[in-house]
Design a protein around this ligand. Structure first.
Ligand code: ASP
Length: 587
């Protein structure tokens, strides 16, 4: 048995005999004395082998990086001048007396402290080595602390941890399902869960009252940088609680988590209606660390000749808005060109701007290619509306409302980051009062959250004006990231049918996909609601990591494959035959 972890030794152990087990992090030969830095999960200790113990000295001389060894020795204080204040164990070393090589290692594909020199692909392919790095160990250890703290909180508050199935019918969560062919039922498929949504609702119908699960979810989407095809949710559902109560309890959970694990007090989370978030920040997950806001100027542009602005200003589906950036007049032509390219990602066709050099000189004090099209009166009225001051730049967006909001909303954050305008480190909020539905490109309606979300109006009002109706959904947002989202659900079968009808889901289709839920709603379903937090994203934010792959032990790449196991892979003809699957040759 080991007596101590390498990283656990300090001055208080001086004089003690210890047994360490771990990996050779580095071996150094210093004029006849061999130093081994021995590493385990908790850190590194320096072990010294003197030539007077011939056998262990010879063995110490033979070890190489990443060999697994067992060391017996005595802790002693480091001699004056050799103390290393950068190492937690830097005041002591172990005088090695016996050494056993437990296993050898081939030369690793990269040195742990030189991981930056190799591409991520090499790291992922040899993930078992990459995960030995102290940073990776710290992140996964932190992740374990987070799930542990969440479990404790939920357990203390009467939530039961209940597992739900992985092999399911396709659920209508919106994304594409991962399918698993059934061998026993020829031609039929299971779907992996996009979320345990329907099961957690059924658990409420069954009377469990408070449920949670650290749930693996699967969505076969084209991946963006912060997405993984399989990811983990902290999934929660409660009965007899309204949105205020659900937001209240989950907000205390997140607040406690930050306080306990990061010593950060997030304070009370403000609430903001969706419409206000879109209006002021161009986003349903506004990053409130940055003070800038979008200010609509369509009414000022309605009469001008210049079609680029006047067109959208007179179209109710469009938006004409300004973003004033304090101190932005220092931006160069090159910066502005880059931002123009950036808003192009969101579909914006250009990025108009006005620099405010000397406002007291009126129009003369402004600099911009568009003033001549706007005219003096309109330009000055805009300056007044946005509260322009010397040194500012004002950007403009004029297009379909969605494009303008997304483009200027994203620009707001980009410029805020570039000019280091964050006014605080953490900015949490709840976004509430989401619309029930949004229009699809082909003119139909789709649920903004999911079809089981309750509206805040009656079924009649909903039918009469579906696009005006608000839902009882809520999202928790932190620093511009959606940490979690959920809703009070529909518990009345009639209301559920109305919503499905509005969504254009036929009775037959509804019955086929989730008839079991509709049926359960007939048998005493209590009012219920819940939410789900994205665990991976939460850990990313808490550890200040930019890549989701850094906080998952064995992540998939952006093309949804595993570099380590090379999944997905081909299967044998026999396996396919057993599943009655014949592959079509793609041309
Ligand atoms: N099932 C939802 C999701 O995965 C969360 C919820 O409504 O509880 O986003």
């Amino acid at each position: 048995m080991r007596s101590h972890y390498c990283g656990g030794l300090n001055k208080t152990h001086i004089g003690e005999d210890v047994v360490l087990k771990g990996w050779v992090h580095r071996r150094r030969d210093h004029g006849g004395v061999i130093f081994l830095d021995v590493r385990d999960r908790e850190g590194i200790s320096q072990v010294v082998f003197d030539p007077d113990r011939e056998e262990s000295f010879a063995l110490a001389d033979s070890v190489r990086n990443e060999y697994v060894i067992e060391v017996r020795g005595t802790v002693r204080g480091r001699p004056e001048g050799t103390i290393n204040p950068d190492m937690p164990t830097g005041e002591i070393e172990v005088l090695g007396k016996e050494l056993v090589i437990l296993n050898k290692s081939e030369t690793p594909p990269f040195q742990l402290d030189e991981h930056q020199n190799v591409g991520e692909e090499v790291r992922l392919r040899h993930r078992f080595i990459d995960l030995r790095r102290p940073e990776m160990q710290d992140k996964l250890r932190f992740r374990s602390k987070v799930t542990n703290a969440i479990r404790n909180f939920l357990d203390d508050n009467g939530f039961l941890d209940i597992e739900t199935p992985i092999l399911n019918r396709a659920t209508p969560e919106g994304a594409r399902d991962y399918l698993v062919p059934s061998r026993v039922h020829e031609g039929q498929f299971f779907a992996l869960p996009q979320s345990p949504q329907l099961f957690k609702q059924l658990l409420m119908v069954s009377g469990f009252d408070r449920y949670y699960q650290v749930a693996k979810c699967f969505r076969d989407e084209d991946l963006r940088a912060d997405r993984q095809p399989e990811f983990t949710q902290i999934d929660i559902e409660t009965s007899f609680m309204d949105e205020e109560e659900i937001m209240g309890i989950t907000e205390s959970m997140i607040r406690k988590l930050f306080l306990e694990l990061k010593d950060i007090d997030l304070g009370d989370f403000p609430r903001m209606p969706y419409s206000e978030a879109m209006q002021r920040y161009g986003s349903d997950k506004p990053d409130l660390r940055y003070p800038m806001e979008l200010i609509d100027v369509a009414d000022l542009m309605a009469e001008i000749e210049f079609k680029v602005f006047a067109g959208p200003a007179n179209d109710p589906k469009c938006r004409v808005t300004a973003l004033k950036v304090p101190g932005g007049a220092q931006l160069t032509r090159k910066n502005i060109d880059e931002y123009t390219k950036y808003v192009g990602i969101y579909g914006a066709k250009g990025l108009a701007w006005i620099k405010v050099n000397e406002l007291e000189k009126g129009i003369e004090g402004l600099q911009s290619p568009i003033i001549k099209f706007l005219g003096e009166d309109v330009t000055l009225a805009i300056m007044e509306r946005v509260g322009a001051e010397n040194g500012d730049i004002v950007f403009f967006g004029a297009d379909k409302a969605k494009i303008v909001s997304e483009a200027l909303g994203a620009l707001r954050i980009k410029v805020g980051e570039d000019l280091e305008m964050a006014q605080c480190e953490w900015a949490p909020l709840w976004v509430v009062d989401f619309p029930m539905f949004e229009e699809t490109d082909n003119g139909g309606l789709t649920a903004l959250h999911h079809p089981f979300t309750a509206p805040s109006c009656s079924a009649e009002e909903l039918k009469a004006n579906p696009l005006e109706a608000l839902s009882r959904a809520y999202d928790m947002v932190l620093n511009g990231c959606e940490l979690g989202g959920g809703s009070v659900r529909i518990h009345d079968q009639g209301m559920q049918s109305t919503v499905l009808e509005i969504l254009g889901i036929s009775e037959e289709e509804a019955d086929d996909k989730f008839g079991f839920l509709l049926n359960a709603l007939k048998y005493g379903a209590p009012p219920h609601g819940g939410l789900a937090f994205g665990l991976d994203r939460l850990i990313m934010l808490m550890t200040g990591t930019d890549s989701i792959r850094e906080v998952i032990a064995f992540p998939k790449t952006q093309s949804a494959s595993c570099m380590l196991t090379e999944a997905p892979g081909e299967v044998s003809a026999a396996q396919l035959r057993e599943l009655n699957i014949k592959l079509r040759k793609t041309p």
